[in-house]
Design a protein. Structure first.
Length: 202
């Protein structure tokens, strides 16, 4: 029930139910952190996360995922670095979802060297991890690095192609954006609505 309230954004009800629970495990705390994070109430999310860290109730990958969303939204490099350290200590650095979120957080903060260092050290990289860093380079205008990384991807999808196209479009390189779109079609990757809307502004 707590998770349901939190997912629906009914935080008043979630909070009331949470404080009435005689036993709160890490899943309960995770639900509260996630609920506040997704509603944009970052201070409360961080407060609940801080309480979770101080208690001996354990954690799982979701304990870090929600607070990483907060660091991405706030573009808070110090917070991201702290969470990264905590992830390393508890042994979740091999989790591709968590590592990809940290890569994204570093990139959003403009710390592309840190993002690349973490990316290069990941034992497993899925399409999301590759796309996250390509998007990071594109966001900060480093299209050379973004294109080079994209060319090394063992597998790509429409999101990957769109990230590169969007990067060129946003950096005033419309000709290159259309060129990548044509390559996408030749590779028989189906564009989605975001790809098409990006091309309209290229």
């Amino acid at each position: 029930m707590l998770s349901g309230y939190a997912k629906l954004g009914l935080l008043k009800q979630a909070r009331s139910f949470f404080y009435q629970m005689p036993h709160k495990d890490h899943v309960s705390w995770n639900s509260m952190v996630a609920g506040y994070a997704h509603k944009g109430r970052f201070a409360e999310a961080l407060r609940f996360y801080g309480h979770l860290r101080r208690l001996s109730v354990g954690y799982n990958e979701f304990s870090f995922a929600s607070v990483l969303i907060v660091s991405v939204k706030l573009k808070d490099f110090e917070l991201c670095r702290q969470i990264h350290g905590q992830v390393l200590v508890v042994g979740f650095s091999s989790n591709v979802v968590i590592s990809s979120l940290i890569v994204d957080a570093y990139a959003k903060c403009g710390k592309l060297e840190d993002a690349r260092r973490l990316f290069d050290g990941m034992p497993v990289r899925d399409v999301r991890a590759w796309t996250t860093l390509v998007s990071g380079y594109a966001t900060w205008g480093d299209m050379k690095s973004g294109a080079e990384l994209f060319s090394q991807m063992p597998k790509s999808n429409s999101c990957s192609w769109t990230s590169l196209i969007r990067g060129y479009a946003r950096n005033g390189m419309g000709y290159e954006a259309i060129g990548v779109f044509r390559q996408m079609i030749r590779h028989q990757v189906r564009p989605d609505q975001f790809t098409l809307s990006t091309c309209l502004f290229a």
